[in-house]
Design a protein around this ligand. Structure first.
Ligand code: GDP
Length: 435
């Protein structure tokens, strides 16, 4: 997927615009999963072209008194990582010094930059918008984030200028694709080095290095797999790593390209905001997930500590708690083989296809025993179910009145699927449809 970053100073309407872009898809996803997470990353689609959108502003807390430097860092990171940038300004404020700063950075960029002048909802403001030519970014698009007017033209242009991505090469190389993600200093490189040692694929500082994720094939402990690396784009490392959305921005491409994400967290710090962002990024992309609590050698242990630690993490990742959590040390190489085995197992879990006969044989009696609650005296009957032939597991249950089946029941069905089949580490979708 192409990645589109929305940049601009606080309060120009970035998040309203972002919500509009991801709305249609997001509505579907949320109604299925019943949860709303990480409103700063989502998928959008226009004229049949799908892309990911990141609202850089969404990761700033207390965005009113944000430092100029902070915005600058966000923009630099977006420039580094995204395929296209939408720069949002506010017609009510006119050009502010901070807008000028951002424009100065964006003028140097060779990738597509679209200037969106927001809050243009009448003819007078159309006039006012003309001043934004002075930013030196060429043509601009006037939009009104609230009503959505103007968005269509901007999106037409966006999908036109997005680079063509090469088709996925899955067929040629059907090995599991793993990516190792986590916030800075969690121990990702140490883990990879401990696992694959000398062969570590090193990407040098080549100008114009491909922005695409790179698969490198390995064979370790009898397992063949690809590690997805985006190291090629880690060039201008002047961007500070303390940004809230740093890890997300850095991980998006690798996660989208993988089958299973190995999320490395630092045991001495616990499962924090950045870890959560990455976790939900993987979940939202319906990728397999393994959590490695690294640096376990540094933690003072008593008999209960592992259990307590594990419970605390599971609490943070509710309701998707059916995820393997391993306590490892990249330093002492403790449980590294186990980590790899688990990632392979999660890959297999995600790939599995449950035969329709077996699925019905197991699930229908459960449903019959505990049917969805009747609504207004009407009984809801589920007579048949099947797994769809999708890359990540999706199940459809056919019902006479699917619209009356509520989320708690969907979750009940998901739990029963998890009890009867091994989907550990794998997000699954359950749909109810008219038969
Ligand atoms: P990355 O930014 O996630 O790739 O993190 P690094 O692999 O560079 O590790 C960050 C720091 O943590 C380095 O100083 C490592 O030596 C240290 N480190 C990584 N894994 C472990 C571990 O399992 N135990 C201990 N004690 N230190 C570790």
């Amino acid at each position: 997927n192409n990645i589109v970053a929305i940049v601009g100073r606080p309060n120009v309407g970035k998040s309203t615009f972002f919500n509009r872009l991801i709305q249609r898809r997001e509505a579907i996803v949320d109604s299925v999963s019943g949860v709303t997470r990480d409103r700063n990353y989502g998928k959008s689609e226009w004229n049949g072209k799908e892309f990911s959108v990141i609202d850089t502003g969404g990761y700033i807390k207390g965005s009113d008194d944000i430092f100029e430097g902070e915005i600058r860092k966000q923009v630099e990171l977006a420039i580094d990582e995204a395929d296209a940038i939408i720069f949002v300004v506010d017609v009510e404020d006119g050009i502010t010094p901070m807008d000028e700063e951002v424009a100065k950075l964006l003028r140097k960029v060779t990738k597509p930059v679209l200037l969106a002048v927001n809050k243009v909802d009448n003819a007078m403001r159309q006039q006012d918008a003309i001043e934004f030519y002075n930013l030196g970014l060429g043509e601009y698009f006037t939009i009104a984030g609230m009503s959505g007017s103007g968005t269509g033209e901007l999106l037409d242009k966006l999908v036109e200028v997005l680079p063509e991505l090469p088709d996925a090469v899955e067929e040629e190389n059907p090995l599991p694709r793993f990516c190792v993600v986590g916030r800075p200093n969690a121990g990702k490189s140490s883990f990879i080095n401990a696992l694959i040692g000398e062969d570590r694929f090193v990407v040098t500082d080549i100008a114009g290095t491909t922005r695409d994720a790179i698969d490198t094939k390995y064979n370790r402990f009898g397992f063949e797999f690809n590690l997805v690396d985006t190291a090629g784009i880690r060039r201008k490392a002047k961007v500070k790593e303390d940004l809230e959305f740093y890890s997300v921005m850095r991980s998006v491409r690798a996660i989208e390209h993988s089958d299973v994400c190995i999320l490395v967290i630092d045991a001495t710090r616990g499962f924090e905001g950045q870890d959560q962002n990455i976790f939900w990024l993987a979940e939202k992309n319906r990728k397999g997930i393994v959590i490695l609590v690294n640096k376990w050698d540094l933690v003072e242990k008593d008999t209960m500590s592992t259990k307590r630690y594990e419970d605390a993490i599971r609490k943070e990742i509710e309701p998707f708690t059916d995820v393997p959590i391993l306590f490892v040390s990249a330093l002492t190489k403790q449980r590294l083989l186990k980590a790899l085995e688990t990632a392979v197992q999660v890959y297999e879990n995600r790939k599995q296809r449950v035969a329709t006969s077996k699925l019905n044989e197991i699930m229908l009696p459960i449903i019959e025993h505990m049917p969805p609650p009747a609504v207004k005296g009407k009984y809801i009957k589920i007579k048949f179910c099947m797994q769809l032939p999708t890359p990540a597991p999706q199940f459809v249950f056919f019902a006479n009145l699917p619209q009356y089946i509520k989320d708690p029941y969907r979750r009940f069905v998901e739990n029963k699927l998890r009890e009867n089949f091994d989907f550990e580490g794998v997000p699954i979708d359950v749909y109810f449809r008219q038969k």
